[in-house]
Design a binder for this molecule. Structure first.
Ligand SMILES: [Zn+2]
Length: 476
């Protein structure tokens, strides 16, 4: 299907709202003492030996280090895998072959149109009060500047309210810098996704945003942004915390800051694929327990953490079950989403293509917020569903991964499916430093840890297996 560019923009604006809403939701840690699992607790407890077998196989046995080593080979081979690029498609082919090499042959791919935005030359030079290069990364779908760049004075705002309250004359012809305090990613990311449109509406010629991160070594963080319909599309980029602080201090001293911004980019659409791998259930092959991560990444860094780790633990789940000859009653399906970073494009397509079989999704899982030491699951669903998942999580006390976080919209890609009332979860892990590396050149294999990846792979596999094998479906 071909989507016209204007439709694409509207579409992305809509899905970005869903995306950021998903990340904004409050998370609550719950004590599940109000659960009555008397009908199923004994059955779930009987999976303790299977859990031990999987954990031993992955952390001490033949699979030890395998997830890390395969991820490293993949990342070293392909590097960044931006939506719409040939490298992304080659990396998908590679994952299919890697899966076939494990004698898993139930693999299909589904084609869809994806955005293809490419970053060209990007440079910001502070011209006044002194000459200095400013570290930047253009934001996804940013338009180019004229060849000679845009030269203008800077006006700094803390938040959208300050921009709204400013006189149009103050903003017109200026470069706006949004310098919000980082609270949570979900709360702060709106300054990345919306500042270009809001600044343009006030007559700004370009917009900059303080990188959405609590920590920096002069490292700008890219990410998606959306132009609202009807606004002038102005170039937009993230700058480092250090440079944002510098500009802020100068402006606070009433010193004029003048910048030249030169940015080039292109935008069109290309064909990509979601990849679907099934380990067929023995009794209910139509019923699905889905594990997933996204295979695309930003063009900076190597996409090792975002989302190479999530991709490989989701690849590992059917592989480990196959190797251990564990065949659950329901199908374990592993999905490698495409084009997550440009707006959950693969997930939206899957939801649309498979809507009439959504009753068959028993539970859907996603790992896209790091694969540091696993702590448990962030779970969406009814209280009864959460009670059963909580009971299953008790089996992971030995690896300290028994926490159930109540989250009505966990994950990013799977939020598109969960909002239809399907229960699901994202990997809850010790990801306190995740946003230090997110969408930067620092997203490399050095962020990943072999032992933690083993624990994530074992946890992910065993949880999927138990949910796919127990006598009861996860209730809606
Ligand atoms: Zn991601």
């Amino acid at each position: 299907m071909f989507i016209s560019v204007s439709k694409v923009c509207l579409f992305f604006a809509l899905i970005a709202q869903v995306h950021s809403a998903a990340k904004r939701r409050k998370k609550t840690y719950v004590e599940l003492h109000s659960c009555d699992n008397s009908g199923i607790a004994d059955e779930i407890a009987s999976y303790d030996t299977v859990v031990k077998d999987i954990v031993d196989y992955v952390t001490k046995g033949p699979f030890k280090g395998k997830t890390y080593n395969e991820l490293a080979k993949f990342v070293d081979n392909f590097g960044a895998r931006l939506s719409g690029t040939a490298i992304l498609e080659q990396s998908i082919d590679y994952m299919i072959q890697l899966t076939r090499d494990e004698d898993l042959n139930d693999i299909v791919t589904e084609e869809l149109e994806v955005p293809h935005w490419t970053r060209g030359e990007e440079k910001i030079t502070m011209l006044e009060p002194r000459v200095k290069d400013i570290a930047l990364l253009g934001l996804g779908r940013s338009v180019s500047t004229p060849p000679e760049g845009i030269t203008a004075n800077v006006i700094v705002f803390n938040d959208f309210e300050e921009l709204e309250n400013a006189e149009e004359d103050e903003v017109k012809g200026k470069i706006v810098l949004f310098d919000p305090e980082f609270t949570t990613y979900g709360e702060t990311v709106v300054y990345r996704t919306q500042s270009a449109s809001k600044s343009a509406a006030k007559g700004a010629v370009a917009s900059l945003v303080r990188s959405i991160t609590p920590f920096s070594i002069n490292s700008p963080h890219t990410g998606s942004q959306n132009y609202e319909d009807g606004v002038n599309k102005i170039p937009t980029a993230a700058i480092s915390l250090e440079d944002a602080d510098l500009i802020r201090r100068l402006v606070d001293r009433d010193i004029n800051v003048k910048l030249n911004i030169t940015m080039h980019s292109t935008f069109d659409t290309k064909t990509s694929r979601n990849t679907i791998i099934d380990l067929k259930g023995t009794r209910f092959p139509d019923k699905l327990v889905i594990v997933s991560g996204h295979i695309d990444s930003w063009d900076v860094g190597q996409g090792a953490m975002d989302d190479g780790g999530g991709l490989f633990v989701s690849w590992a789940a059917p592989v480990i079950l196959k190797r251990l000859n564990l065949r659950p009653k329901r199908t374990v399906r592993s999905i490698f989403w495409t084009a997550e970073e440009l707006g959950l494009v693969g997930a939206y397509d899957y939801e649309k293509q498979h809507r009439n079989e959504s009753d068959n999704i028993n539970f859907i899982m996603e790992s896209d917020e790091g694969t540091f030491a696993p702590r448990g699951l962030a779970v969406a669903g009814s209280q009864k569903a959460r009670c059963i998942i909580g009971e299953i999580l008790k089996l992971f006390e030995s690896i300290n991964a028994s926490t159930l976080v109540e989250d009505d919209s966990p994950g990013s890609d799977i939020a598109v499916i969960i909002r239809n009332g399907i229960p699901g979860a994202s990997l809850h892990n010790a990801n306190e430093k995740y946003f230090w590396f997110h969408h930067t050149e620092g997203d490399t294999m050095n962020v990943e840890n072999p032992e933690e990846l083993d624990l994530c792979a074992a946890f992910w596999t065993a949880v999927a297996y138990i949910i796919a094998d127990i006598s009861e479906d996860i209730p809606r």
